[in-house]
Ligand binder design. Sequence first.
Ligand code: HPA
Length: 277
Amino acid sequence: MHPTDLKTLQASEYLFKKIGLPESARINSSIILGSGLSAVTAILTSKQEIPFQSIPYFPESTVPGHPGQFVFGKIDDQYICIIQGRLHYYEGHDMQTVTLPVRILAALGTKNLIITNAAGALNEEFHPGDFVLIRDHIGLFLPNPLIDYNKKHLEPRFPDLTDAYSKRLRQIAVNCGEELGLEMKEGIYVGVSGPSYETPSEVALLKSLGADMVGMSTVPEVIVANHLSMNCLGISVITNMAAGLSQSPLHHEEVLTVSNKIQKPIGRFLRMLCRNL
Ligand code: HPA
């Protein structure tokens, strides 16, 4: 186990005991599901569900479309953990709470972390329903989740993020997508705090920075996962054109409707991906 803080240690020990995994059975790959993707847990067999609020130090999830639970299960003979929902900065959590689930996944042995999210398209070649592999992110608008933390708990002090979204995992993902006949785009994700959507002028600024899609999650999780030496893969489901790029006003219900529709292909893709990791 990584040297870690007391909260992570106690929460991960609670989960490990609760699911009754044999000591030798580590979790190789874990998945965090974005808004409206909860049904993807159907890819697991022998499921056990553990709600956030039963875990020491965990707040409840407060976002519609995010049930807020750890789901443990298997794909073939691999143990997999899927987190249905996540904790967001806009819910009022500090960044250490937002990233606690990622620390727990690391403590449970996760080597490969697959992070999914719903995002608004900045790139006008993207459309609602598209499936985009994240090549890199821009996270300058949010506090860094390692502030203060790595001083007390864990080296390195200044982690490198050159390969934050693992090139090797992206290649495996592209191969899986091709095999399933799924068209996958690639792009740069910019993280913002939310919960308000962007103004059209902010959208123009984010586009000019080189970002292809915008969302309210992922960046802190990927920073912490890299600090903990996990290989990360990020996938955005485009749920809407960002503000000002289409006529319609933005609603969370629209985000949920679009991501709900593509849960089945995403599930097939994630199952094949886990089998290849
Ligand atoms: N902006 C920010 N976050 C989002 C969006 C958006 O347009 N769509 C889904 N999450």
